[in-house]
Design a protein around this ligand. Structure first.
Ligand SMILES: *Cc1c(COP(=O)(O)O)cnc(C)c1O
Length: 228
């Protein structure tokens, strides 16, 4: 067992190495430490080790952690499936949502984002794995969903996100990363929105994600250990 501080050091080293090998600046990649299922004490250890950006997938689990860390200047990213009955709490307590996959959800987040907060930063989740998972819009729908989301008040559309299916092989994942990157480039060309974010890469595949242009790595296991 290694500690969280050591895990984070190793992850940052992997990021730096991967960036170096493809000629990117390490600062162009944001490490989102996915703390779902881990207690707030573990997040405190990560904060003490300099980590400021955290990802959570379950609203009910995240809210007490966010509340007990209110004294720290942290950034909270919601990366899990967004249910309609959870949008109000997400809009009030998170800085980013990576997993917007339909207009209705974006509209609710826009309506419910408190006026005293800056715009909620959002990514549109795309389903590229060809699996019949429920989550993510199809690649064909992505451009029109982006246009519609970008037109909403209180939200700032930042880019695209995808989650490869767990059983996808390394080469399949790399293809999906490249597809997502191409999709982002295509949507950028056709619109006036300045999309600057690509949310891909987890514990096992952060290197190919960085090579494909990822700006947001969502890393859980490699930071906090195995989830039980
Ligand atoms: C849990 C989770 C992660 C982290 O996955 P690891 O393989 O533990 O790094 C990343 N993204 C999302 C959406 C998740 O739910």
């Amino acid at each position: 067992m290694t500690g969280i501080a050591e895990n984070l050091r190793r992850v940052r080293e992997r990021i730096a190495d991967a960036c170096r090998s493809v000629g990117r600046a390490p600062e162009s990649v944001c490490l989102v430490a996915v703390s779902k299922t881990f207690p707030v004490e573990d997040i405190r250890v990560a904060v003490a080790a300099g980590q400021r950006v955290f990802g959570e997938s379950y609203v009910q689990e995240a809210l007490p952690k966010i509340a007990s860390l209110r004294g720290e200047t942290l950034e909270w990213h919601f990366v899990g499936p967004v249910q309609s009955n959870k949008t109000r709490e997400i809009a009030a307590h998170f800085d980013w949502v990576h997993s917007v996959d339909r207009l209705k959800i974006a509209q609710r987040l826009a309506d419910q984002r408190p006026l005293h907060l800056p715009p909620l930063q959002v990514c549109v989740q795309v389903n590229l794995s060809g699996e019949s998972t429920k989550f993510g819009c199809s690649p064909d729908e992505a451009a029109s969903l982006c246009d519609a989301v970008a037109a909403l008040p209180r939200l700032m559309l930042r880019g695209l996100m995808c989650i490869p299916a767990p059983r996808d092989s390394g080469p399949q994942r790399e293809r999906e990363f490249a597809q997502l990157r191409n999709l982002l480039d295509k949507i950028r060309v056709g619109s006036s929105i300045s999309l600057d974010s690509l949310s891909v890469g987890m514990s096992d595949d952060l290197e190919p994600a960085i090579a494909a242009g990822s700006t947001h790595l969502r890393v859980g296991t490699a930071c906090f250990g195995m989830r039980t």
